[in-house]
Design a protein around this ligand. Sequence first.
Ligand code: EPU
Length: 456
Amino acid sequence: MNTLGQDAKNHATAVGLNVDRITINGGKPLVGRIELKGAKNLVTKAMVAAILGDTPSVLKDVPNISDVRIVRGLLEVHGVTVTDGPVEGELILDPSAVETAHMADIDAHAGSSRIPILFCGPLLHRLGEAFIPDLGGCRIGDRPIDYHLEVLRNFGAIVEKLPSGIRMSAPDGLHGAKVALPYPSVGATEQVLLTAVLADGITELSGAAIEPEIMDLINILQKMGAIITVDTDRVIRIEGVDKLDGYTHRALFDRNEAASWAAAALATEGDIFVGGARQAEMLTFLNVFRKVGGDFDIAEDGIRFFHPGGDLKPVIIETDVHPGFMTDWQQPLVVALSKAKGVSIVHETVYEQRFGFVDALVEMGASIEVHKECLGSAACRFGQRNFKHSAVISGPSRLTGADIEVPDLRGGFSHLIAALTADGRSTVSNVGIIARGYENFITKLELLGADFELDA
Ligand code: EPU
């Protein structure tokens, strides 16, 4: 089994799934209702934030996805007691016995996750040292951690690169700093927040990411006792405090999952009510969904996404940091764009290599060309650097079933959608990767009437 295959198996096993491949008979619209839980990209960070509290924290709406399992394991090897609350999806995190973990244990639990880098600030505060192994995550570009290391150095951490990973220490404690990010990185902004709240003095972060998941992390930190001001123009100011308490918080819904099911409704000519989705955090997605020819109804308890009939229309999109069109939304939508009548362009400006998934769509009959040029109104960081980061999608195309392999989380979900829309049978392997970020996706497919069989 190759590394990706092993990785897929590990993710599936972590959530109790014994599945490697799904064989899908395409052509059936997805119709029905599903429920969302908290956002993967908030919940995992909220779990890390619990280390900062002097008392236990309670997090609600935690999805059963393997990234959550990984963070739970990492917290446990650091002495945090994590228990399931009385209500499904509730976690109680008690950090009172936080301790240094063995490097081998951290390595074994981190798997391919990039979350360990966010443990550094909280562990430096609690223990004076932190270790991180080599980091993974989805294969969607280089995904360096240079901003994170620079941020931690700004706070006074000593960073040593060892053959097995990176060791950090803060013999003189951490102190507030003026930090300017070269790009509004989500992870580096979270790094600053999780470190600055207990640092001595004031921190001023400019060039911050302001995604809704970051705002919800700020809500959590404020509940814990932190003082954080979000100013205009991506400036966040944090006044360090001496101590923080635990929090009780219901996590923000997963808008990436919502967008994925919305795209699935559109591509399969279906009708899906996504319970828990909210308009405010999805404004940009909803505009594009409407422009492509999709329709939606906003209800108090969710959003209904549907194909109203007629031709889908091509669009020009550039992915961007919030409030732009999220990079995690483009992959599922590209499948729907392959069905639109005309030429669509997607300029990916957040990650340099996020079009690997289109090879399988082309094999299935989509007409998609990926270019190195910036095909958008703004030149991005990847222009003139040989990264194929602009996709031209010509439609409408009929897709036919094929044997395809999930390359990464969002690309994997787009492969599922492609197979659901295709004529005939498709076999999608390495589906375990999808369990990293989509809770109960197999049960949800069943609920929505998909025609498929599982293969262990
Ligand atoms: N970057 C650097 N150096 C750094 C950090 C980032 O050059 O030290 C670059 C990245 O290579 C990338 C850009 O900055 O080109 C943006 O990366 P960012 O730090 O914002 O991403 P992240 O924090 O690693 C989170 C999500 C991603 C999501 C991005 C953008 C989590 C666990 N991951 O990643 O989610 O795409 O923000 O919104 O929160 C996913 O859910 O499938 C996923 C990949």
